[in-house]
Design a protein around this ligand. Structure first.
Ligand SMILES: Cc1ncc(COP(=O)(O)O)c(C=O)c1O
Length: 434
């Protein structure tokens, strides 16, 4: 009898299952804690627009019906939003499903698929699934896509190119000019997929959407409602391309791939652009704060055009990840992107950002700052006058000096999530000299 493994298609044996960001509930269960915050999957911490909640309540009694297979109302809204005809759109159970459908529609075993590295891993998954060969081109200077090398890599077997703009996890962009020059070099029978999952967060005016290219080039643009629109839990994403390309992808689409609630929510979300602007502002302000804190802590980071930041924490990110988990903060480790000393953190609310920094600092002190362990540091035990929470801070903490000079002072309490009266209750000299 053949082994179970031998029953699977050879192509799937090369697949590594996707490792998602840890869910809040799992961390709370594992560590027996509450109030965990997730800054790992680039979701919108403001949640969806209030109009989405209303639309979902109104649609709930209709869930006994199958959804509209054609996503008629959503397609109409998107067509008007992007000033394109309705046959330029296809929807999926998340942009993830569209990536998979693109693989199914275009790839034969042995075809080559070019992508940057590090980037979003689903391009590799969709390629391997079809028996195609993913070919990675390392990011160049400043962690940007090396478009010159990507163009040079194109060969007679190349079928697809995936470009993530802005890129996950680096947050870097490709300018309009760079994109135009790139398309001039790419043979017209290659389909270029430009994944713009984070495009709504871009502030750099040099960056432009590839949606403007869909009628001129063989390009498929990906957008999602999971990020700035705050609908990750409903699973809905979109592909935008010329009607010819869309009708090819439509051949592999399941009839009812986008559920009824997701369609209703997406229509309402698209109409509330004020919520989109508010979400973008929150991220812009959050990045200013986080960059400042990373600089203060002496950590490197890549300036990001998205709602996440790739941070060089100068030590094993798995160690920092686990220590942060115990503090109730979930981030992503960089090892999955072959950058073991980086973490990827999603910009949260001001309170979440502060809590992340406090915990990161605490964890850094504990794990050791440039090899200096907390045993060799001065520490203060402080207690919140409001909730009584005790905490040990080391002399790398930004409030240490102030608390050392004046034991009764205000300090940010991560339980109360505000600045409250703190009291330094115990002072410890370093156990070992530095
Ligand atoms: C670059 C990129 N593309 C696509 C996706 C998938 O989005 P969706 O939730 O719509 O499947 C993600 C999700 O993290 C992403 O980072």
């Amino acid at each position: 009898m053949r082994k179970i493994e031998e029953l699977g298609r050879p192509a799937i044996l090369t697949l590594d299952p996707y490792v998602p960001g840890k869910p809040i509930e799992e961390v709370e269960r594992e560590f027996g804690i509450t109030g965990v915050i997730k800054m790992a999957s680039n979701e919108n911490p403001l949640g969806p627009s209030p109009a989405v909640i209303e639309a979902l309540k109104a649609a709930a009694p209709r869930v006994f019906n199958y959804p509209d297979s054609n996503c008629y109302y959503l397609k109409r809204e998107m067509a008007s939003f992007y000033s394109l005809s309705e046959d330029h759109f296809i929807f999926g159970n998340g942009a993830d499903e569209i990536i998979k459908m693109i693989g199914e529609a275009f790839l034969n075993p042995g075809d080559e698929v070019i992508h940057a590295w590090p980037t979003f891993s689903e391009y590799i998954f969709a390629s391997k699934l079809m028996g195609a060969k993913p070919c990675s081109v390392p990011v160049g200077e400043n962690f940007k896509h090396d478009l010159k090398k990507i163009a040079e890599r194109v060969g007679s077997n190349t079928k697809l190119i995936f470009i993530c703009n802005p890129n996950n996890p680096t947050g870097t962009i490709i300018s309009r000019q760079e994109m135009q020059e790139f398309f001039e070099k790419i043979p017209s029978d290659i389909v270029v997929v430009v994944d713009e999952a984070y495009y709504e967060y871009v502030t750099d005016p040099q960056c432009s959407s590839a949606v403007e290219l869909v009628d001129k080039n063989r390009v498929i643009v990906l957008r999602t409602f999971s990020k700035i629109y705050g609908l990750a839990g409903l699973r809905i994403g979109c592909g935008i391309a010329s009607p010819d390309l869309i009708s090819l992808i439509n051949r592999v689409r399941e009839p009812f791939n986008v559920n009824l609630m997701a369609q209703e929510a997406a229509v309402a979300a698209l109409k509330d652009q004020a919520h989109v602007s508010q979400s973008k502002e929150l991220v812009i302000d959050g990045k200013v704060y986080l960059y400042g804190e990373f600089e203060r802590l002496g950590l490197g980071y890549i300036p990001s055009e998205t709602n996440f930041i790739f941070v060089d924490i100068k030590r094993d990110s798995k160690e920092v990840f686990t220590a942060l988990l115990k503090e109730g903060v979930i981030v992503r480790t960089g090892d999955i992107f072959d950058r073991p000393n980086y973490i990827r953190v999603t910009v949260g609310t001001p309170e979440q950002n502060k809590r992340f920094i406090i915990c990161l600092e605490k964890v850094h002190g504990r794990i050791g700052d440039n090899g200096v362990t907390s045993e060799r540091r001065k520490t203060l035990e402080v207690r919140c006058a409001l909730c009584g929470k005790k905490e040990i801070i080391t002399d790398v903490h930004k409030d240490f000096e102030r608390l050392e000079k004046n034991p009764k002072t205000t300090y940010f309490c991560e339980m109360c999530l505000s600045r409250v009266q703190y009291e330094a209750v115990e002072y410890n000299k370093p156990k070992k000299p530095i």
